[in-house]
Design a protein around this ligand. Sequence first.
Ligand code: FE2
Length: 441
Amino acid sequence: MTIAPGASTLRDEIATRLITARDRTRGLTDCVGEAELIRQHSPLMSPLVWDLAHVANQEELWLLRGVGGRDPMHPEIDPLYDAFEHPRAKRPTLPLLRPAEARNYASDVRGRVLDLLERVSFSTGPLVDQGFVFGMIAQHEQQHDETMLATHQLRTGRPVLSAPPPAPPPADVLRLPAEVLIPGGPFTMGTSAEPWALDNERPAHEVSVPSFYLDTTPVTNAAYTEFIADGGYSREPLWDPSGWAHRQQAGLVAPLFWEQGGAGQWLRRRFGVTEPVPPEEPVMHVCWYEADAYARWAGRRLPTEAEWEKAARFNPATRRSLRYPWGDDDPTAERANLGQRHLQPAPAGCYPAGAAPSGARQLIGDVWEWTASDFLPYPGFRSYPYKEYSEVFFGPDYKVLRGGAFSADPVACRGTFRNWDYPIRRQIFAGFRTARDADLS
Ligand SMILES: [Fe+2]
């Protein structure tokens, strides 16, 4: 987080980030009626009205009670909105707040938070240092806004969301090399300086990776369609053994939301609209196992998390890790497709202003990128401010995703940001790019 233009103080910056998140929450919940807010659109997701009140409940817990020392407003509802107490599939059976009650609760909390923000001191301890916990809550709401967008993608019925398409690719797109070389050697991974970085991004530490090649852009729908046409889904040797078992059991034959049109054409459903799959866009809604199998089919592999971060942050000219591929300044509309401005990824090769020193493009924004790595703590990790943020998820069950997507907000996306999910998950806005060892002999 850096203080944005026009925001003269940390207080203004926090208020702006909180208001941006709430505007998005409203956009995602005001566009459907009461019945659709209460309904569970998929067992993978909460009812939208749960997300709405959960966001408010976490804001009350951390800001009004934690920072402001206030008494609970409605202690009886706390257990309903504790994500660890009730799995998503069970949430529709709970006595949840009705939509109007949830909206009133959220705006009541927010009004009190904005009052608190006017007079809070940022020097009373690590929780408020540089506004950390306020930033954590803005990120939390934006992460739920992304989850709610995934709920919208799973929802059936008339379309209720729309946004302008991204700009077409720049003129040099056809001349881009297929891959870029990332020189081997040490670099600084993670951060100890980013004020709103979460515990799993910390601390900064040195990691060395051998030289490798990385795709210049995420893998496109056109390339992925070749994998399908070449029998990729029926060739067991291409698949990780548990991936092959899952492919068979779940009947995977193409990315989620794809269906066969006429004459070999693929169609996809995107926020309620069925349309031809655009060949030039990064492939999306594939699980880790599909990404892994594609990479093997292409004679390549997924990058490790450390490789991805080195490609995204390390500037060989200065030997320093940047906050983003393009430098230390925050994302802009010219640098990355973030923040739900568009409701789809931009064609591969877009955003030359957001390129990394290596020339790789779209490392930030467009689609989350699966990496080869399990979600593990960095050396010296300390859980903060609570174990349930990251620590309980560490281990081999989850794979790391990097770089954010069109669905993620800049406040919850940076060069060090780590996302994680099960390797079978496909409703998230995830794609991937591939890598290979550099043969420098
Ligand atoms: Fe949450």
